[in-house]
Design a binder for this molecule. Sequence first.
Ligand SMILES: NC(=O)c1ccc[n+]([C@@H]2O[C@H](COP(=O)([O-])OP(=O)(O)OC[C@H]3O[C@@H](n4cnc5c(N)ncnc54)[C@H](O)[C@@H]3O)[C@@H](O)[C@H]2O)c1
Length: 256
Amino acid sequence: MRLAGKNTVVTGAASGIGRETALRFAEEGAGVVCADMDTEGAAAVAASIVANGGAAHSVRADITSEADAARLAEESLAALDRIDVLVNNAGVTILGGVAELSEAEWQREIDINLSGAYRVSKAFWPHFADAGGGAILSTASIAGVVAARQDAAYVASKAGLIMLTRCMALDGAPHGIRANCVCPGFVDTPMFEGFIAEQPDPDASLARAAGRTPLGRIGTPRDIADGFVYLASDDARWITGTSLVIDGGLTIGLPE
Ligand SMILES: NC(=O)c1ccc[n+]([C@@H]2O[C@H](COP(=O)([O-])OP(=O)(O)OC[C@H]3O[C@@H](n4cnc5c(N)ncnc54)[C@H](O)[C@@H]3O)[C@@H](O)[C@H]2O)c1
């Protein structure tokens, strides 16, 4: 088991990539705190880990709240005593081009996807520094690497998260804190289903997403969770500040 003896916290753990990451971490022997603003969803994931013999707790936390971030750190440490890995995964998509987005939509996207990761990382930072290290992982996106039409706030939030990761890697290195992120392509989750459902022809959009991906299919949450297992493990002990693209080859080159 690659994460035996490690204790982890995953935000957005009630659904999609976060849910699968929590389950994979537990499969690899980690203790897991499942954090989400969806209280019931996070509790269900923690319960399923415990039912399979693992150690898990759930905490209700809205990452737009500094108080919730502080409470998440406190309750996680109270539950598991030591935390080795934090995964900033909670996020939302608010579609819209530069001209269409309202100021409030822009602010909300940045507040959740970028400031949320900052807030929660900062809440855990003193613990990692005192403990002599830890791993801070985040779910960015290929949308932080290449731009997309009608998605300005999301793209900017994820590009910011990639640079926040690098800043945390530099600031954290003297304390033994590693910071890395993954950049998923299209992944089959409730968020992606919602995005596809909003398209004028959802079936055609789904087929196009798979067709544009060189490896011929959209991703599964497990494809991403396996990347997190690697970055959380001691196999990644000399890796910090990196952005691991997991996209079936979508961003290798121009479409034909
Ligand atoms: N699905 C994709 O194709 C894809 C691609 C690239 C990146 N991502 C990123 O992956 C991450 C997970 O997305 P997903 O596809 O699993 O989505 P999802 O909607 O299935 O899950 C997101 C989870 O985050 C939680 N959440 C949202 N706002 C929150 C807040 N303020 N506080 C606490 N929890 C909150 C939700 O309750 C939900 O459980 C996101 O950061 C997303 O941007 C997804």
